[in-house]
Design a protein around this ligand. Structure first.
Ligand SMILES: *[C@@H]1O[C@H](CO)[C@@H](O)[C@H](O)[C@H]1NC(C)=O
Ligand SMILES: *[C@@H]1O[C@H](CO)[C@@H](O)[C@H](O)[C@H]1NC(C)=O
Ligand SMILES: *[C@@H]1O[C@H](CO)[C@@H](O)[C@H](O)[C@H]1NC(C)=O
Ligand SMILES: *[C@@H]1O[C@H](CO)[C@@H](O)[C@H](O)[C@H]1NC(C)=O
Ligand SMILES: [Ca+2]
Length: 489
């Protein structure tokens, strides 16, 4: 009996031990499965889109999920082809809305300059500026109206918290930088070395400005691309929230959010990468011409109908058009000026969009190859925009060239667009849309800003010669623009 019970006891304890081990293993396995499930869910949710602020779930501002977080989409370049991609997921046809039609967004922008062909399966397959690479205002949210095909009636980031310059947390004497995983020495993921470890950089918000600092730092010339990718492999990430001005000679001069054991917003295996080059275009905005040509003009609205179609007037003009039967005889007050940019680089400046995606603009009878080529703004002394930021899309061509240089690009006849080295693209003050609508601005002293390639969508050697910040003196009868300085957009 005793022996039996001892045997039974041993047997039982063995079973319990086995069970116990099994149980803890089950526990560990299920925990791993749970974490895997979470990660998978994160991955599955990547790129998901929802519509918010609209009356139904088929209409609203577009939010897209990336790295486990919802973010908005900016309306620059946003059109019906993009709306088609969003709405196709709901088996509907789409129409694009712009200007935060369903309310200003409270989310940061994940996407900007989205250009779709219309047949992409998801929005993130479209061309865009890179996750989190946007400087749009909350009022620029993109939206869609998704309709049943049968029923046409149905209806950088500015907020980035700035940290310290990287060199304040790294002992730069012992830190260094390299590119890894590229096919040549000019490209790869960005890695920095500190205290015996090489690590990568978070991809979000990684733009040409940061890439420029890397290429300068490594003596590799200029930045042709800033990539958020896993194409060059990845490694442990040690740096997040890098933000550069684009004139640094050393990446460690840039600001950052965190160094060390950092968590990027999400885990999809992408890291920051660059492609550097020795040949690149460089637009140089001519500030003297702006000062020399700026003047006031009152124009009757019947002369501005094409301009209205291209959104070259402020909101109140469209209200007048809706509510006033004789709106054609109302006038708008415009500050007109000539803008001219010379390509001082060593390569042609080519448009953001491939030719088959150019948009035909009937009114002005030319193709737009770049939705936002220039921005014009009037700010009051508190830095508030008082004349709606005007985004100008143009066709790019060689208007005048330095002696001995032949013109190559022309907008005529679906010609190739671009700006050759040592040629200027000139927008004369007397062409349509080459103005700021100041009808609603009271006389006074203002800041006047003009920028070309303002969102740095096309790589350039430098962006510190792309924007003019000037003083604008506006009286009842005249306007003067003076004291321009060249800056970064
Ligand atoms: C869209 O239509 C397809 C085929 O008709 C169907 O399989 C799918 O479930 C529909 N999707 C939605 C979101 O309604
Ligand atoms: C870089 O440009 C910024 C303005 O964008 C300026 O404040 C800063 O002094 C410049 N830095 C260098 C190193 O030139
Ligand atoms: C600038 O414009 C904003 C918004 O209209 C206004 O609140 C602010 O007082 C203005 N600042 C100045 C100095 O006029
Ligand atoms: C452009 O002009 C500069 C200065 O005049 C000159 O040094 C350079 O060789 C020119 N480049 C081309 C491609 O014409
Ligand atoms: Ca430039």
């Amino acid at each position: 009996m005793e022996v039996k019970s001892i045997v039974f006891f041993l047997f039982l304890s063995k079973i319990l031990r086995i069970l116990g081990r099994d149980l803890s293993e089950v526990d560990r396995n299920s925990r791993a499965a749970f974490v895997q499930k979470l990660l998978n869910r994160n991955r599955a949710a990547e790129g998901r889109v929802k519509l918010v602020g609209g009356p139904t779930r088929f209409e609203g501002n577009v939010l897209i999920q990336h790295a486990g977080r919802w973010g908005a989409v900016c309306d620059d370049s946003w059109d019906d082809a993009a709306a088609a991609v969003v709405c196709a997921a709901l088996n509907r046809t789409g129409q694009a809305t712009r200007g935060a039609q369903y309310g200003e967004t409270t989310e940061h922008y994940w996407m900007d300059d989205v250009v779709c062909e219309g047949n992409e399966l998801t929005l993130s397959q479209c061309k865009f500026s890179g996750w989190g690479s946007s400087d749009c205002d909350p009022s620029e949210a993109a939206g869609v109206i998704c309709r049943k095909e049968t029923d046409p009636t149905e209806g950088r980031p500015k907020s980035k918290e700035l940290g310290q310059p990287i060199h304040e947390v790294l002992d730069i004497g012992s830190a260094s930088l390299r590119l890894v995983g590229g096919a040549s020495a000019n490209e790869g993921r960005v890695e920095l070395y500190h205290r015996g470890v090489w690590g990568s950089v978070c991809p979000d918000g990684w733009t040409l400005y940061e890439a420029i600092a890397v290429c300068h730092h490594l003596g590799l010339g200029f930045a042709q691309q800033a990539l958020q990718t896993d194409a060059f492999g990845h490694s442990r990430i040690v740096l997040s929230g890098v933000q550069c001005e684009g004139n640094e000679t050393n990446l460690f001069q840039c600001r950052h959010r965190a160094y060390g054991n950092v968590v990027c917003p999400g885990d999809i295996g992408h890291v920051a990468a660059v492609v550097c080059t020795q040949v690149l275009s460089d637009l140089f905005l001519d500030v003297r011409t702006i000062e020399r040509t700026a003047h006031l003009q009152d124009a009757p609205m019947y002369q501005l109908q094409c301009a209205m179609e291209e959104n070259c007037l402020t909101k109140t003009a469209y209200e007048i058009q809706r509510t006033n039967p004789s709106w054609q005889y109302e006038t708008r007050r415009l500050v007109r000026f000539t803008a001219s940019s010379l390509n001082i680089g060593n390569e042609d400046f080519r448009p953001y969009l491939p030719k088959h995606l150019w948009q035909w603009h009937l009114c002005h009878m030319h193709y737009h190859s770049m939705e936002v080529f220039a921005t014009f703004d009037v700010l009051n002394s508190s830095g508030v925009r008082v004349a709606e930021g005007h985004k100008a899309s143009f066709c790019l061509e060689d208007n005048t060239c330095l002696p001995g240089v032949e013109k190559k690009y022309s907008c005529k006849n679906y010609g190739d667009q671009g700006i050759s080295v040592n040629c200027s693209d000139v927008y004369q003050y007397n062409i349509d849309c080459q103005w700021v609508d100041v009808t609603d601005v009271v006389p006074g002293d203002y800041t006047f800003k003009v920028a070309v390639n303002p969102h740095a969508r096309i790589p350039e050697q430098s962006f510190h010669n792309n924007a003019a910040t000037c003083r604008l003196l506006l009286s009842d009868t005249y306007a003067a623009v003076h004291s321009c300085v060249l800056q970064r957009p």
